[in-house]
Structures are given as structure tokens and as C-alpha cells.
Design a protein around this ligand. Structure first.
Ligand code: UD1
Length: 408
């Protein structure tokens, strides 16, 4: 990679100058004189992080005591996986973009560690806030903790108990490092307690992804994606299914991918299947090279608003994503999860989600049930009410703002 960070001297200063996207108050020229200000370094890297950070930043901006800094690691860099989310969700341009790009897990994690360290040293934030379970989450947490900084993890405690899943390792490590653990569901709290994390630092606050969903749904309903994909009949959506696939366990093996696609083709015999294709999956589909079912609507990755519109209108969603299991539960839309486990059990125990794995017979049988008009009923979990971000920020302010010294 060309943009490797130089170790010292002018070259390093030039590198630092380049990664800064807009002027920020640095610790060196610190204009912060009031001790009642909290500088929070928020770290994002991949698409789902952006959805989660949007409501948190919006909430931070309401509090004059908070000075938010936004660091993008550059793990995702395509317009459709990154920029469009900034634009549509009103996320401010990042203060820094580390431009790390793609690579193996060790390379990407190591590169983020190296590149974020000088930024954190320079900025000296009071708190580093990370979200989700991607490589950027674990790297930023490790760099911060090694510098003696406190870390808050939003979406803590989720466990699939499947260590072959890269995200599971990221979750375990991040939660062992973070000081403040914000959980979306009761099972996550139990996992953290079982792992010996202090109870007083675990907060059940709800789900910031659902904050984003509730905030943007009215805007998403105005999307023209239905028209563009020919899904409208008489101005209304006709029945269609929505598919997403990107987990390495589903797409990296061509045999597994072929099996899953064959099962979905049976679903496509009954209704169109819209399939926004992640770049990782596109590479594998190209390798498979077969022709697609005529009812498959393959499209490049789509922005948040269009996707939310499709999610809310779909008769059935088939996915291996984590966040989509939660969004369908919040929307009351039937979801079949093409994995053998979920780290988000409340979506199954209370929500509309069913785990169907990779077995074609199971996928087809579950899809038929839904299409026959017998979907699994569901309800929205407690605290998934659109107010998770305010709860988190209130706790952060309470716990981290220095209290006035009372002299006797
Ligand atoms: C990452 C996260 C995953 C999350 C997903 C959401 C990790 C370990 N995985 O998976 O948890 O669910 O994001 O999308 O952090 N690529 C592009 N353009 C980009 C980024 C990636 O074409 O902007 C391609 C590259 O070929 C890259 C591949 O996609 O090698 C995979 O990208 P990567 O960020 O490593 O993992 P994701 O599969 O996106």
C-alpha cells in the first residue's frame, strides 16, 4: 500500500496533514479551557458502523459540553459502502480518514492500530467510542487502551459462540478492553456478566440502529427504488423478497454459495428476489459464473434510504447480516437468517427472525411458510424505541464529566 504512515520527521507530519480532512482542535493547541468539556473520538470503518454512529453524533451535537471527533479508518471506501451513508444520514465529514483500505485480517487490523495511534496521541480524547464488531472496532479499542484511554463499546456483549466468525473474535476482544459497555438486549448483558465484566459498567440501553431506522423511515418511504426496480403495480409494491449475502462462511466457498443460490431460486419461482450484491459476494458470483434466475434482480450495493424502503416493503427477507435481523424485527417483516447461529437471540425469541442455516430444504420450507401467509409472529424488544442514543449520551455525561469540587 502506498499510503503507509511514515515513522518520523517531515514525512510523518505530511502524512498527518493529509489524513486530516478538516481542522480540529488538537491537544497541542488545545483551545479547551473548560474542564467541563468531553472530547469523544468516535471511530467508524465499515458500512454498519455508519448507521450506528449517525444517531449518536446527532445526540452529541445537542450537548455543548461534548466535543465530538469523527475518525474513519477507511475499511470501507467505495461510494456505495461509505460516502452515500454520510450524505443520506447527515453524518458530518470525518475529521480524519486513515485510508486503510482492504487486506487480510492481520494486515487491516495492524494497519489501523498503527495509523490511529498518532491521531489519538495528538487529540488526547477523554473517551474513544466504538460501535459494532468490525476490524476497525477492535483495532481502535486496542490502540486506545494501550494509550491509557477509556473506551465505550456500543453494541457490547453480543455472542454467536462461533469463533470461526471474525466478528465474534472482534466482539470478545473489544468487550474485554472497553470500560463502558452498552448493550442492546438482555442476553448481551448476561454474556458480559458471565465473562466477568463489572456489572456497574454494563448498561442495557436499547439499539441505536433502531434509532436510525425510526428517524429515517419517513424519508425512506419517499424513495423511488420500487419504481426503478419495476416492483410497483398500480403505484403499490408487489410482493417481493429481499436477499443479502456477504458472510465469508456463506460466500467464500463456491459450493456453499451455489447451494444457497439454488435454494433462493426456488423462492424466485414465486416472486421477484431483489439482491443488492456486496463486493465480496460479487467476486464470488463472478467466479461461479452461471446465469441467474429471471426473477433475480441483482443490483450493486444500495444506499441506506433505498435499502430501508425495500426492507419495510418486503414480503420476506433472507440474509446473513446481523443488523438486518434487528431491522426486520423492528419493522415486523419476516426474516430468514442464512446462518447456523445468531449473536442477536432476541430477534428470534421475540422478533420475526428464524435461523434456517445453509440447508436448501430448510430455507425453502421456511420461505414457503411465510409466502403461504403464515409468518412467525413477532414483537419489538424492550428499549428498541428510538431513544438508545440519548440514553447512552446521558450515561456518558454522568459518568465522565468532572463533577464540581465541593469544598467544606
Ligand atoms: C465487513 C465486516 C463485517 C460487516 C461488513 C458490512 C470485518 C471483519 N467484517 O465485512 O462484519 O458485516 O463489513 O459490509 O470487519 N471491498 C470493496 N469496497 C470496499 C470495501 C471492501 O470492494 O469499500 C471488497 C474488498 O475486496 C475486500 C472485501 O470487499 O477485500 C471485503 O471487505 P472487508 O472490509 O474486509 O469485509 P466485509 O466483507 O465488507
Amino acid at each position: 500500500m502506498e499510503n503507509t504512515q511514515p515513522k518520523s520527521g517531515n514525512a510523518r507530519d505530511n502524512w498527518l496533514a493529509r489524513v486530516w480532512k478538516r481542522p480540529v482542535i488538537s491537544a497541542k493547541t488545545n483551545l479547551r479551557t473548560a474542564s467541563d468539556t468531553l472530547k469523544i473520538a468516535n471511530v467508524v470503518g465499515a458500512r454498519p458502523n455508519l448507521v450506528k454512529i449517525a444517531p449518536l453524533l446527532r445526540e452529541m451535537q445537542k450537548h455543548r459540553q461534548i466535543l465530538p471527533l469523527l475518525i474513519h479508518t477507511g475499511q470501507h471506501y467505495d461510494e456505495k459502502l461509505s460516502e452515500i451513508f454520510f450524505r443520506q444520514m447527515g453524518i458530518p465529514e470525518p475529521d480524519v480518514n486513515l485510508e486503510v483500505g482492504s487486506g487480510s485480517h492481520a494486515w487491516q487490523t495492524g494497519e489501523i492500530l498503527k495509523r490511529i495511534e498518532p491521531i489519538l496521541v495528538e487529540q488526547s480524547p477523554d473517551l474513544v467510542l466504538v460501535v459494532g464488531d468490525v476490524n476497525s472496532t477492535v483495532s481502535a479499542s486496542l490502540a486506545a487502551v494501550k494509550l491509557g484511554m477509556q473506551v465505550a463499546h456500543v453494541e457490547a456483549g453480543l455472542r454467536s459462540l462461533d469463533r470461526a466468525m471474525p466478528e465474534e473474535i472482534n466482539r470478545l476482544v473489544t468487550d474485554s478492553l472497553a470500560e463502558y459497555l452498552f448493550a442492546t438486549e438482555a442476553a448481551a448483558v448476561e454474556n458480559l456478566v458471565r465473562e466477568g465484566r463489572p456489572r456497574e459498567r454494563i448498561y442495557l440501553v436499547g439499539n441505536v440502529m433502531i434509532d436510525a431506522l425510526q428517524h429515517f423511515l419517513p424519508l425512506a418511504q419517499q424513495s423511488r427504488i420500487g419504481e426503478e426496480l419495476g416492483l410497483l403495480e398500480g403505484g403499490r409494491f408487489r410482493a417481493f423478497a429481499l436477499l443479502t449475502l456477504h458472510r465469508p462462511s456463506n460466500v467464500d466457498s463456491l459450493e456453499t454459495l451455489r447451494k444457497i443460490i439454488h435454494a433462493i431460486e426456488e423462492v424466485a419461482d414465486h416472486l421477484p428476489v431483489v439482491f443488492p450484491v456486496h463486493p465480496r459476494t460479487q467476486q464470488r458470483l463472478d467466479a461461479l459464473g452461471n446465469r441467474h434466475h429471471p426473477q433475480f434482480r441483482l443490483v450493486p450495493p444500495i444506499g441506506y434510504l433505498d435499502f430501508l424502503c425495500l426492507l419495510s416493503q418486503a414480503r420476506l427477507v433472507l440474509t446473513d447480516s446481523g443488523g438486518i435481523q434487528e431491522e426486520t424485527t423492528a419493522l415486523g417483516v419476516p426474516c430468514l437468517t442464512l446462518r447456523e447461529n445468531t449473536e442477536r437471540p432476541v430477534t428470534c425469541t421475540e422478533g420475526t427472525n428464524q435461523i434456517v442455516g445453509q440447508d436448501p430444504a430448510r430455507i425453502i420450507a421456511a420461505a414457503r411458510e411465510v409466502l403461504r401467509g403464515q409468518p412467525k409472529p413477532g414483537r419489538v424488544p424492550r428499549l428498541w424505541d428510538g431513544h438508545a442514543a440519548p440514553r447512552i449520551i446521558e450515561i456518558i455525561l454522568r459518568e465522565l464529566l468532572p463533577r464540581p469540587v465541593v469544598r467544606s
